[in-house]
Ligand binder design. Structure first.
Ligand SMILES: [Zn+2]
Length: 262
């Protein structure tokens, strides 16, 4: 399996990243893409990836939560980072109107700048959208070529949003959210409308632990999700699609290899 989004530069991993990676390998995780969400975390993601070639990769971008910090210098740093072989995507970038940690105006400005920059590269794009479909969708629709190499990670929207994204040609990232008894119910119901070859799986670690009630006691840090739990998300996706879990492993893996050119 390939975990296409893990925030391994989060400080909660600083003390035992080696053990975290070993546990991932033992649990059939072949590769991990480390999400960059700020200048510092994108640089740290690249360094980490360079220490583990062919196992870890990085993205370079500014999370919408941090969009108030966006300026031309930020973009110049990402432009330099994207030249590195281990940096496989622009992002994360997008819109998050759930908590509005940055102003919506700044989120849109940062998002559009990332898209324009991504258009000048040949790299894929790693997108974040939460409670912002009505603004996000018309922006992406203006970038049809980019949509074919972009993924909406941690999808938590409704069926209309899912269909609209698929119609644009976007890929969809599924996290442990799909395992959540209550919050994940809608996603389990609608995800079968998405062709399996347009889906990839991710942990978004240290966030979104799947089956929190069951797994909390098995974790070395009870509030921290890790890439090794990715199999639970694969299983939930297999159940929703009525597929063998091995088929989900194989298909999502092959999609990720082709999409991120790993
Ligand atoms: Zn995100």
């Amino acid at each position: 399996m390939i975990d296409i989004g893990a925030n391994l530069t989060n400080e909660s991993f600083a003390a035992d990243i080696g053990e975290v990676l070993e546990r991932a390998k033992k649990n059939n995780i072949e590769k991990i893409i480390v999400t960059g969400s700020s200048v510092a975390s994108s640089q740290a993601a690249l360094e980490l990836a360079q220490q583990h070639p062919d196992f870890l990769y990085a993205t370079a971008g500014l999370h919408p939560h941090a969009a108030d910090d966006f300026n031309e210098d930020t973009l110049d740093t990402f432009k330099a980072l994207i030249q590195e072989k281990a940096v496989v995507a622009v992002g994360e970038t997008g819109l998050d109107f759930n908590r509005n940690f940055s102003s919506q105006e700044n989120q849109i400005r940062s998002f559009e700048a990332h898209l324009n920059f991504a258009e000048q590269t040949h790299k894929p794009v790693f997108l974040h959208e939460r409670d912002a479909f009505d603004t996000f969708h018309p922006i992406m629709r203006q970038h049809p070529e980019l949509c074919a190499r972009a993924i909406v990670h941690c999808f938590t929207g409704n069926l209309d949003a899912l269909k609209a994204y698929l119609d644009l040609g976007l890929y969809i990232g599924i996290t442990g959210w799909i395992c959540d008894k209550k919050r994940g119910a809608q996603l389990r119901e609608i995800i079968r409308y998405a062709p399996i070859d347009r889906l990839m799986i991710e942990t978004d670690a240290p966030y979104l632990m799947p089956h929190r009630d069951r797994l909390k006691s098995k974790m070395t840090h009870k509030n921290r999700n890790e890439p090794w739990t990715l199999g639970y998300t694969a299983q939930a996706l297999a159940d929703a699609h009525e597929l063998d879990v091995q088929a989900v492993h194989k298909k999502t893996r092959n999609t990720a290899i082709a999409f991120f050119r790993l």
